[in-house]
Design a protein. Structure first.
Lengths: 470, 470
């Protein structure tokens, strides 16, 4: 996969890399290269020439400088849970794993901020701040294993994003290493910032193509004291989608508003184990709706309002989770859908997003396009954000159709997203797999600007080459 | 002021400009040039060679193209309420006033979004969305006259930012004209976006140096139904600053948390007229604290908690505003401080911002630095955000000291901000007046990256030249 204009790693640079990080933190054995050549995106494997695990920012700086000088591809990896191939070393070279940057450096309860290293696992961070009565809301489905640095690189969302925003909304400042080895802070540890071009926001979502994040300053908020969870079944998936918008129009902002199609539910339950309630035959879709806050009475009132709204949209009997156990069971069904689909068939996952009220049009359009091209899709996702994960299932499709016809169908889905005011990725990023579809969203002039910005930061084009655009 | 490398407007290009916008929308008479040569920054006047008021995006595109081709400076202006000289045409050329882009194009109640032109006045927009039960929170002190486009260009804040964020947090998508005349949308109308480099966030706060905004898609939220306002006096300004952090640590996020020093209060009352309560001699600072929400009982509880906290920080007797009239009177005092200071003396306003809990250290530092350099300062601002507006008063200082010594003092204030984790502008922007201090915040490598990004968008360097950096 390495293009001619990149250099191969020579024994000299391997030795130099080894000098930087020490023998224990570098490897080029086949097993390691294979392990670090995958993420959670379909079944891709791309081998780097070396896997390196720095432990200090100075080491990262030295590695970046060396790779720039020798024009060697340098791909940064968080925990490898990405869904767009962002961490795959598709041009070979150096795979830089940030897993040893795993310290929560400071939780500042005076300013409601925390400074962390990028390799910290999302869930661990959440639990640590919770102990101090604080809350870090972004919670991707992979929160148990994904890294905060990876979350920043993709502006990851999760169920709570509908009320609390995505990772972007919590990043105040970043320490980053430029490809030259220079170390800068992107901004300041402040809630307001109007001091020249905002590099913090440029870095968020840039998928490791502009610099290497070595520290993150997050904003935290007070932890809501209570939450209520309800499961709302519908016999018609479009009704469920319509109910989503109606809840917000009634003045309620739930802390989660998740949508699952029938197949998603069945597959997830089959994969994740039994549930202690009956999934009726006639249900075609579920909404999982959570409200949170500090006052139980108000939350109950919110739930009543929501109940009225969903009933107007022909829901079946609503289930309220009456224990933490039941809440966890319901969340497990939702969180495991992705893995369940993956275990079931070859598939492609699209991360479509539209303005919330266009969700019914998106869902219908996806099904129509599926009928046209002969593919089945399993849809679920963050309906409150208009963010629908469309899992296209290979099933009985021939390799020929899968390779040649499917991209046309995906193109049509993305064109529909754009027409509805949406875009081709809400929280997974472009990485490698969505790259061919960027022209659906952007004019050539727009893409050229992106490429030139890439060159400003990374003139040798060594950082995560081949991602977002060619 | 025009450097040799820019061209003067020739009669040919004036005629061409006239053809684009029509005779009624172009002028080069002295009165117009003077009027559009000022904003609210100190007493600066810089004359453009022509003032032009386009009415369509196609006109803006044609103007941009013409200026690029002829290498003529092009400075975009909103309503001219800026405090950093961002809209001043310091290199001459074309002054592009967006005042005729004044339409609210669509308020989308299904998706809680609105599409507006950039010349719409902030307050008018707020009132229009309110009629539909919706809320657009950013409310700079100049809300009655500032434009939404200018707000985007500086990521303006205002009192509500402490709970609801700044303009940045409400911009979903922008239509912008590039200097080449190309028209692009920066993103999508979605709450989540992970689709390549985020141009929406790059444009916000870029002060008209990268492109010309012609449409804005804003996120809206449901309008809170109630608010309560309390005025908390302190006999010691540092106590007031300390109380600010303590309120947040008690788990309350007020919808406003404003700080005023004694002088700011006196000057504002003198300027804005009498108030219907007594300002006691011993008061050295006031906090204006607002809470909002949908439930009166909870707001009362919040106020009780706040009262307990501020009493622990030695406040004097708390005043609750008991009518809309009194609320407006209190807000008027706060909103008029800036104008009051301006009417009183030659001054310079610094827009310092630090993490909230560092506010006492910032206030003390500002006073110490003032003592060292012999200047008096009047401080007030958005204390809940750690955003302190420091008005340095010329008073009896000699021109010599004002010109040569004061910049050293300002430099020290900004160095202090940086040391405390803050920055040199929270919401006013860099524009012309803070430009010399950028090296306090940024390394040369960092500034070079900004300049190169400028060149990616604007290779002829015609857009608002001489702002943010040289």
């Amino acid at each position: 996969m390495i293009k001619n204009n990149y250099n191969k790693l020579t024994s000299i640079t391997y030795t130099e890399l080894e000098k930087i990080v020490g023998t224990d933190n570098i490897s080029n054995n086949a097993e390691q290269l294979e392990k670090y050549g995958q993420d959670e995106t379909e079944d891709f494997i791309f081998l780097a020439e070396v896997v390196i695990k720095p432990t200090t920012v100075e080491q990262v700086s030295a590695i970046a400088k060396l790779c720039t000088e020798n024009k060697i591809p340098l791909t940064t990896r968080g925990a490898g849970t990405g869904l767009s191939g962002g961490a795959l070393p598709i041009k070979g070279g150096v795979l830089l794993s940030m897993e040893k940057f795993n310290k929560i450096l400071h939780i500042d309860t005076r300013n409601l901020q925390a400074t962390v290293e990028p390799g910290v696992i999302n869930y661990i961070f959440q639990e640590e701040v919770k102990k101090l009565g604080l809350f870090y809301p972004p919670d991707p489905a992979s929160w148990g294993s994904c890294s905060l640095g990876g979350n920043v690189a993709h502006s990851s969302g999760g169920p709570k994003a509908v009320k609390y925003g995505t990772t972007r909304d919590y990043v105040l400042n970043l320490e980053m290493v430029l490809p030259t080895g220079e170390i800068i802070w992107t901004g300041a540890n402040t809630l307001k910032y109007s001091t020249g071009y905002n590099f913090t926001h440029l870095m968020v979502g840039s998928e490791g193509t502009l610099g290497i994040i070595t520290k993150i300053v997050f904003k935290l908020i007070p932890l809501p004291k209570q939450d209520l969870l309800m499961l709302v079944p519908f016999t018609n998936a479009e009704d469920a989608c319509k109910a989503v918008g109606a809840v917000f129009m009634a003045g309620i902002t739930p802390s989660a508003m998740e949508f699952m199609e029938r197949d998603a539910i069945d597959w997830s339950i089959k994969y994740a184990g039994e549930v202690n309630f009956t999934i009726k035959e006639k249900w075609q879709a579920l909404l999982l709706i959570e409200v949170d806050g500090n006052d139980a009475e108000i939350l109950m009132k919110d739930c009543e309002t929501i109940s009225e709204v969903v009933q107007q949209h022909n829901c079946d009997e609503i289930l309220f989770a009456d224990s933490n156990e039941q809440k966890n069971a319901l969340w497990k069904i939702r969180r495991k859908v992705g893995e369940a689909v993956k275990s079931n068939s070859v598939y492609k996952e699209e991360d479509t997003v539209v303005p919330r009220a266009e969700l019914p049009a998106l869902l219908n359009g996806v099904k129509e396009i599926g009928n046209k091209y002969g593919f089945k899709s399993v849809c679920y996702g963050h309906a409150g954000d208009g963010n629908l994960h469309v899992n296209i299932i290979k099933g009985e499709l021939s390799d020929e159709v899968w390779e040649n016809e499917l991209p046309k169908g995906i193109n049509e889905i993305f064109e529909l997203c754009k027409r509805l005011g949406g875009t081709i990725s809400g929280e997974h990023g472009i990485g490698m797999v969505q790259k061919p579809y960027m022209p659906v969203m952007f004019s050539n002039a727009h893409l050229q600007l992106m490429k030139q910005i890439k060159l400003v930061f990374d003139p040798s084009y060594i950082l995560n080459p081949g991602k977002i655009f060619d």
